[in-house]
Design a protein around this ligand. Structure first.
Ligand SMILES: Cc1cc2nc3c(=O)[nH]c(=O)nc-3n(C[C@H](O)[C@H](O)[C@H](O)COP(=O)(O)OP(=O)(O)OC[C@H]3O[C@@H](n4cnc5c(N)ncnc54)[C@H](O)[C@@H]3O)c2cc1C
Length: 461
């Protein structure tokens, strides 16, 4: 028998789909949200113990924290944090679960450049192991499990029943909103794609100016799930505790670089908005939602600064990922590398390529549920062998974010886990020696294959 774990079912890779398994559905298991003015872990792993500080570094946190006592969504955690006047690092989809796949798989956020990757924020987990034991995992207890659950992926090491995460004092945020739209009646695709490619080249400048955020672009009109539904690029970046004048000054070289497209049939616009706090900025600028169960496939890739500077290669990638009319192809770009993301945080299983990269580029296609299988297969192959391959060609030495990855990726072990895989496999074997927990593409899933009747059978590699 195999066991799968589901919180919201939002996973893009179907890792919470429990076909032929016993499924633990945590959605209604909630024991409250608790605010701690200052944090002291349940295993007394506190900053007062010098040997802990020395050996782990992670115990240095002395700020406030929130314990998420079960299957709360980010909407609920954000509202609670707002009431305490603090910021937590969470996802853009307000319906995604906080302590499930998001945190355990890494978690990118509109505030991550300022505070770090979401998994870096976890101070402690409580976990039900495969043998039924309930354990604490933090910087002093079960540190290997703590490491695996901070970026190594959900669904495979145990059932997380609560997590305590760092919280930061609220602060004002100024948004810079940069848009590229073809002028009325202009259907010149090549110039639009030139502008998009130039925008990619400006992303290191944006990050260097200490701004971070997201972009979405599409080359063709379509019923896309997450990006513009018409030809345009929309991007928005936040400057924490900064005035409009200050952010505008930082963005000036970027806007100047892109403004040359105004005389080539594009409208490049920049707008600046000051928000009183991160909560308002996030909800007005970045928050999104999506119903569970959408038909979608995506491929994502971390891009380093040298790759973003290669204008010919970037333009080629943009050309391929733009796709064709009727494909519903769209791209979402996380522009939030560097800053606190690049810190060497102990006890995490984040793919090292993530910390070294500046941008996470995701290309996707979605289709209605009634689409005939040959068309679905064609879309899957296109994302895997054409559009995803173009990202891999641009950045062969990086990897992919496991929560926004391609479930058909033939090279998923290297792309998803990079150099973290041997350590993660050892941790999995220690805490779940019989592979009770199973999910597709999760650690040690490659040792199993599924027979036609749904049964899982063991194989050697
Ligand atoms: C609209 C949308 C926007 C998104 N935006 C972001 C974003 O801004 N940043 C980002 O990083 N990601 C984002 N994601 C991706 C998101 O991180 C993943 O879909 C994530 O896996 C969802 O986690 P979940 O627990 O809600 O989903 P589920 O489908 O319930 O679970 C996902 C995985 O986690 C495991 N799991 C769930 N609960 C537990 C538990 N209690 N213990 C152990 N394992 C568990 C499951 O077995 C499965 O492997 C977005 C997704 C959507 C649909």
């Amino acid at each position: 028998m195999r066991v799968s774990i589901k919180q919201t079912g939002h996973d893009f890779l179907g890792r919470s789909t429990g076909y032929a398994s016993l499924e633990i559905w945590t959605y209604n298991l909630r024991q409250g949200l608790t605010f701690h003015d200052s944090y002291l872990s349940t295993s007394q792993c506190s900053p007062q113990e010098p040997e802990d500080i020395e050996s782990t570094g992670a115990a240095l946190w002395a700020g406030s924290a929130i314990t998420i006592g079960g299957a709360y969504t980010w909407t609920e955690v954000y509202q609670f944090a707002h009431e305490q006047n603090v910021i937590v690092v969470g996802g853009t989809c307000t319906g995604v679960g906080a302590i499930g796949g998001y945190l355990q798989g890494g978690g990118h956020s509109a505030s991550m450049r300022e505070f770090g990757i979401a998994a870096d924020q976890v101070l402690e987990y409580t976990v039900v192991l495969a043998n039924g034991e309930v354990v604490t995992a933090n910087a002093c207890a079960n540190t290997d499990l703590f490491q695996a659950l901070r970026g190594g992926g959900g669904g495979t090491y145990g059932v997380v029943i609560n997590a305590t995460i760092k919280a930061y004092p609220e602060m004002p945020v100024t948004a810079a909103i940069l848009t590229i739209v073809p002028q009325d009646g202009n259907d010149d695709l090549a110039t639009f794609l030139d502008a998009v490619a130039t925008w990619y080249e400006t992303t290191p400048m944006i990050l260097e100016a200490n701004l971070g955020g997201y972009a979405g672009w599409a080359a063709w009109d379509g019923d896309t799930l997450l990006a513009p539904k018409v030809r345009r690029l929309e991007s928005a970046f936040g400057g924490f505790n900064r005035s409009i004048d200050n952010v505008q000054e930082s963005m000036a070289p970027v806007v100047a670089r892109l403004s040359s497209f105004n005389s080539k049939g594009m409208n490049v616009t920049a707008e600046y908005i000051a928000f009183p706090d991160y909560f308002t900025y996030f909800h007005e600028v970045h928050a999104n939602s999506m119903d569970v169960g959408q038909s979608i496939i995506m491929s994502s890739r971390f891009l380093r600064s040298a790759q973003l500077a290669d204008s010919t290669a970037v333009r080629q990638m943009v050309n391929v990922t733009a796709g064709f009319p009727g494909q519903n192809a769209f791209t979402v770009v996380g522009v939030n590398g560097g800053g606190a993301v690049a810190l060497d945080v102990p006890n995490t299983a984040i793919n090292p390529a993530w910390r070294e990269s500046l941008v996470n580029n995701l290309v996707a296609r979605n289709w209605p549920d009634t689409t005939p299988y040959p068309e679905v297969k064609a879309a899957q192959d296109d994302i895997t062998y054409v559009k995803g391959a173009s990202l891999e060609l641009l950045a062969p030495d990086t990897g992919t974010y496991i929560n926004e990855a391609n479930y058909k990726d033939p090279n998923y072990l290297a792309n998803f886990y990079g150099t973290t895989r041997p350590a993660l496999e050892a941790i999995k074997q220690k805490y779940d020696p019989n592979d009770l927990f199973y999910c597709r593409t999760c650690i040690r899933s490659n040792y199993w294959y599924q027979e036609a009747d749904g049964r899982l059978c063991y194989k050697d590699s």
